[in-house]
Structures are given as C-alpha cells and as structure tokens.
Design a protein around this ligand. Structure first.
Ligand code: UDP
Length: 407
C-alpha cells in the first residue's frame, strides 16, 4: 500500500477571492525568504483564535517555500492560572503580582527554553505565556513578539513587569494601532484574518448543516441566534442570554451558545458551569470541540452575536461574516474594525441594545440579507489570510539581518 498523498492549500487557491495580481505579488515577496527556518511558539494547539491562526498560517507559508514551524510550551495548571490572570490584567483587570506568581511564570518558561533548541532564522513568540523565553537564547536572527490581546488599557503594574522582556524583541506586532504602547521596540499593527478553507469556514451543503445541527438536537423550527466562543467572562455569555431573553418577548427564537475550552485557559470550565443554570428548551449550551458545528451554526443562524466586553480581534466575528451572517458585536477592540455599524452588522454597548438589534434583524429578512452580503464582501476585501501573510512577509523582508542571512 502506498502512502496517501495529501495536498496543501496554496496561495493560488486564494486567487478566486483576491485575484491573480495579489497572489503573484505575495509570491514575489516570499521568494527571497524561501528556505528560511522560522518558528512560532504559543501555549495551546487548540482552543482560541491564536491556535486557529497558527495552524493555517504555518501551512500556507510552507506551501510558499518558507520552512515555518509551530511549537507550544508546556505548563502546569498553576502556570496557566498565573498566565490567565496576566491575560486578564492585560485586558484591564487588577492583578496581585506576587513574587510567587513571578517565580512560577519565569521558572516554567525557563524550563521550556531548556527543552526547546531554537536556532531559527526568525522566532515568533505569541502572547504573554512564552514571552520571557527570549532571555535564554543567543539570537541568530530577529525575534518577534506577537500579542493578540486587547491592549486598550493594560494593567500598568503588569506592563511594567513585562516590559523588560518585550524590549528585548526586535519587533512587536499588535492587532490595532490603538493598542500601541510606550516601547523602544518598533510596533506593527496587523489585524488577524481567516482561512476560508478551514473546516469551520469551508462551504457546507444544507444537508451537511442539518446533519451537524441534528447531531446535537438543535431545533431549527424557530430562528437561531448563536454565539460561538470560549467560555470566558470577556465574551459576556451572561449578557448574551439576557439579551436573548429580552428579544424573545417580541420574536420567538432559539439561542445556541457553543464554546470550547482551551488548554491554556483554566477559567473555561467554571464559566461554562456558571451559565448552565440558564439551560432550557430554547437556550442550548454546548461545550464541545467541533469545528464543523461552528461552521453549521454560523451558516444556519439568523443572527450571530459576539457580545464581547474586550476583544483583541474576534475571529468568530469574521468567520460568521464570511458566511453572510449579520453579526451583532460588542463595540470594543478589534470588533469595531470588523463591523461597520449599521452597514455590515451592528455594534452594541449594552444588553438592551443587543436585544433591540436582535429583534430588528429577526423582523427584517431583507436587512439580514443585505448586511450579510456586505459582511461577506468585507471579509473578501480585508480579512483573508493571504493579506495577513503578506504583512508578515513584508516584515520578514524588512529585517536587515535577513538580508545578511540571504547573502
Ligand atoms: N472556536 C471553535 N469552537 C468553539 C469556539 C470557538 O472552534 O466552540 C474557534 C472559533 O471558530 C475561532 C476561535 O476558536 O476560530 C476563537 O477565536 P476568537 O478570536 O474569536 O477568540 P479567542 O478565543 O481567541 O479569544
């Protein structure tokens, strides 16, 4: 028996969306980087948008001849408990940054550094979990810190503690210009993007959608409202349920909250447990890792919610818009750049506003269709992975050391 042949998605596959010129241009930028060895390091292989981005991006770059890898750091539960507190504090929460927490954080990162032998041409470290790794290597090429978090108002005490690590990097990538910080390191701003060929985004037939929904006993007799998100207070699942209850007084519908739990997010199970009390015939709460179900729900939903209170950039918003769904998003962070209020979706700042928008959309099929069409066009224009890849290539090409490496 021969070895089964699998093929990778290539930039050419994006041609039908972005055109031949863009594909040629990106290949040209990849050309001088061919053969370079690059690694990405984050803290989970699944759950959350970073894992999603890395899984698609590493493959696409390899298909263009750049040897891009992806590793994760290992951490004990107390490590991830500390780093989730850091994540929350970077999004504005208070943190009690004791020496004990610092010791756990730095020791686990040190141990990971011992186990990972990094002699890559470029190293890209994602988010705060592996940030101090840079302390333990002699750099062969540029190191980039890519922070995906909403840095609108980071906790100052934590920022002061992390800054010396960040300052050692050659570049920092944030999602929005408004997340810019006081740093000596050059800061770049790349909004994330989606892979239209990933399981949660690729085309699905109506029969396939129904099959997935039936599998979880999701009733489709009434319009579906859905939010797909990790169970995290920043995603405001309680607010979604409240908005749904208010909206249902006017238009009957079914709510589905779907979430998964990331291995680096210890708060997930508690948040999931805490909202289970709201479960009833028309409020369905599912905690399961099923990317085809994400796809099916976003496709079948009359309205998609992403009522976040903080959001670096909400991949789920763009994923739903890709499917032509009208999305009601929290008026925060990246979502404000993903949704143009009243044009390709709605931005809301309260439960009441979310409820009013749900009602408005459910009562107006034409509005849903118009917004959905514009939403998909927005994604084609701005939020496909080919654009994100091109920004990375521009950055790689800009490093002087890379030019030296190529000589
Ligand atoms: N996701 C998933 N299953 C779920 C919930 C989320 O596969 O039950 C995926 C979702 O499709 C998206 C990512 O996880 O690709 C979440 O990314 P986002 O940027 O929206 O939020 P994050 O979790 O990174 O804060």
């Amino acid at each position: 028996m021969g070895i089964k042949k699998f093929s990778l998605i290539q930039l050419e596959d994006y041609e039908r969306f972005v055109g031949n010129e863009a594909v040629e241009r990106i290949y040209k930028k990849a050309e001088p980087l061919r053969g370079l060895h690059i690694t990405n390091i984050n803290s989970t292989y699944y759950g959350g948008g970073v894992a999603q981005l890395l899984s698609s991006m590493a493959l696409l770059m390899n298909s263009a001849g750049i040897k891009v890898g992806w590793r994760i750091i290992q951490g004990s539960p107390d490590f991830f408990s500390v780093t989730k507190k850091m994540h929350n504090a970077l999004q504005g929460d208070e943190i009690n940054l004791t020496p004990r927490k610092q010791e756990i954080y730095e020791r686990v990162v040190f141990e990971n550094s011992v186990r990972n032998h990094l002699a890559h041409d470029i190293v890209i470290i994602h988010d705060p979990q592996p940030l101090p790794m840079i302390n333990y290597y002699t750099k062969k090429g540029p190191w980039i810190w890519r922070c995906h978090i909403d840095l609108t108002a980071p906790n100052r005490q934590l920022w002061r503690y992390l800054s010396p690590f960040i300052e050692k990097y050659d570049a920092v990538i944030l999602s929005l210009t408004e997340y810019k910080q006081q740093l000596k390191v050059p800061q770049l701003f790349f909004m994330p993007a989606i892979d239209p060929f990933a399981i949660q985004n690729r085309d699905m037939s109506e029969a396939e959608i129904s099959e997935r929904l039936n599998h979880y006993n999701i009733p489709t007799d009434l319009p579906l409202i859905t939010q797909v998100s990790r169970f995290d207070p920043w995603k405001d699942p309680e607010g979604v349920i409240k908005a749904f209850k208010i909206a249902r007084r006017e238009v009957d519908c079914t709510l589905v909250l779907l979430g998964d739990v990331a291995t680096d997010d210890p708060e997930g199970p508690q948040v999931y447990e805490s909202i289970l009390k709201h479960k009833e015939e028309r409020i369905i709460i599912i905690s399961h890792q099923d990317t085809a179900l994400v796809n099916a729900l976003q496709r079948r939903a009359a309205v998609v919610l992403q009522k976040s209170i903080r959001e670096g950039f909400g991949l789920t918003v763009t994923e739903a818009m890709w499917k032509g769904a009208p999305v009601i998003g929290g008026n925060v962070g990246g979502i404000r750049y993903q949704i143009e209020d009243g044009v390709n979706g709605f931005l809301v700042s309260s439960v009441e506003e979310a409820a009013a928008r749900i009602v408005c959309l459910l009562k107006d099929e034409h509005l849903r269709a118009t917004m959905g069409r514009r939403a998909r066009q927005t994604v084609i224009d701005k939020f496909l992975l080919s654009r994100y890849m091109e920004q990375y290539l521009d950055l790689f090409n800009s490093f002087e050391t890379i030019y030296k490496l190529r000589m």
